[in-house]
Structures are given as C-alpha cells and as structure tokens.
Design a protein around this ligand. Structure first.
Ligand code: DC
Length: 241
C-alpha cells in the first residue's frame, strides 16, 4: 500500500460492540495507525480518581480538572503486539479497563472542556489521514469529512455478555453479569443524552448491527467497506484533477 493515498476511517458506536477490536484488525491489515479515543477518556478518568478530582458519589471538581488538563499526558505504546495506553508515561492499560474507571468515565466524557482538549489531540493524530479511529463522535465531530464512517450497534444483552466474558477471562471474579448489563445500559443513556457531542450516527455513516456476526464476518465486512471507500476517494480525486 506504499505511496497510495491514505484515507481517514471513523468507527463510532455503542460501548462493548467490539468496535475497537474490528478497528484494530483493520488498521493492522491495511497498515494504518489505530487510535482508541475511549482509552483517552478512560485515562483522564483514572487521573481524576488518582488525584481525588472525583468523589465517591461521582461528583467532579470541574475547576481543578480543567486547570489540570495540560498536565495530563496521554500516549500509546506497543506492548507484546498490543497497543497500550500510557498516562504520564506509565502503562495504565489494565487499570483503565477496570470497573472503577468504567463506572465514572461517562461522567468525565460529558465535560465540554475535556472533550475539546481530547478532540484537538485526536485531530492532530489523524491530520494526514492513514488512521482508523474509534469512539463516539469521530464521524460527527472529530473527522466530519472522514471518507469512511461506520456506526456499530448490537443489543445491550449481547454487549454485556461480551464485556462480562472479557472481565472473566482477565480473572475478574467479583463483577456479575447483571452489574455489567447495568453499566452498559447506564453508559448508553449517558452517552446518548449528554449535551456535549451526544452519541449519534452521522448521516453519512454506514450502520452495522453485529449482534449475530462472528468476528471474522465483521472484519471481512469492514475490509470490504474500506476497499470501496478507497475506490470512491480515488475516483473523486481523478474527477477533481
Ligand atoms: O469506548 P469505551 O467504552 O472505552 O469509551 C469509554 C467512555 O468514553 C464511554 O462512556 C464513552 C466515552 N467516549 C466518548 O464520549 N467519546 C469518544 N470519542 C470515545 C469514548
């Protein structure tokens, strides 16, 4: 794919739809960079928990958080073939996936200043194209002109079961399926009803309900969408030349 024009790919959708996995697989297959924007909101949430910017009731000290934003350094690094999230240089990949962060992250993601801060970092990461970015507002806010936009959905029960299986496989024996389902429903509610960039499908996004698809099927589907989007982008370029 060397020397070829690279496009921007936005993958949005509900939590635990497996969109990160499919985005990662596509990025590695086509040699694009992969950016997990949910991990960035999670890293900010972890920072808040560690610096007592959020209390046990979930109330956030907005003033101190906003004043701290420039001091929160989020990065990514490859570890054993996976992309790990760094907070101030520390590998926090496993901490940001735990229930404590999962329960608080939607609240942090409602804060306009946090969103604007992270969105500008995300736009800088994808400035030159060649990126697969997954999140909630990539096709609507971060890259409204992305050449390929996908919106992924699946039923809440299917998504809760997937996240529950993932937690079990990581050795978490304290969280029940019911708790995970509650968390999925609560996050859907917060993500879709918040004032700042609520989760919604961009008008030009292709919707994929993967409730009944295998991983291989959805990976193949996404790759076909990529090929078509690349063809469209090339045709458009020829017409404008
Ligand atoms: O994709 P995830 O479950 O790791 O995302 C964690 C939270 O961050 C989720 O509640 C929605 C929020 N988020 C967001 O508001 N905007 C994004 N671009 C990515 C995630």
């Amino acid at each position: 794919m060397k020397g070829e024009r690279k496009i921007t790919i936005a993958i949005d959708g509900f939590s635990s739809t497996g969109k990160s996995t499919m985005a990662k697989v596509l990025a590695s297959r086509i040699g694009y960079a992969y950016v997990d924007t949910g991990a960035m909101y999670r890293a900010v949430t972890l920072y808040c928990l560690e610096h007592n910017l959020i209390n046990a009731e979930g109330n956030v000290d907005h003033e101190r958080l906003i004043a701290s934003l420039d001091d929160i350094h989020i990065g990514f690094a490859p570890v054993d073939g996976a992309n790990h999230t760094l907070l101030d240089g520390r590998d926090v990949e496993s901490e940001i996936r735990g229930m404590e962060v999962s329960e608080r992250v939607s609240t942090i993601a409602t804060i306009g200043e946090v969103r604007r801060h992270l969105v500008s970092q995300q736009q800088a990461m994808g400035r030159d194209g060649g990126v697969v970015m997954d999140g909630r507002d990539i096709g609507t806010v971060v890259f409204p002109h992305a050449q390929l936009k996908v919106f992924v959905t699946a039923s809440a029960e299917v998504r809760a079961q997937r996240r529950y299986d993932e937690l079990c496989s990581k050795g978490d024996t304290t969280t029940s399926y019911e708790e995970v389902l509650h968390n999925v429903n609560e996050r859907d509610r917060l993500d879709t009803t918040r004032e700042e960039s609520p989760l919604r499908r961009a008008d030009d996004a292709i919707e994929l309900d993967n409730s009944n698809l295998t991983r291989e099927e959805q990976n193949e589907w996404l790759y076909q969408q990529f090929e078509q989007a690349l063809k469209r982008a090339k045709t458009r370029k020829k017409k404008t030349n």
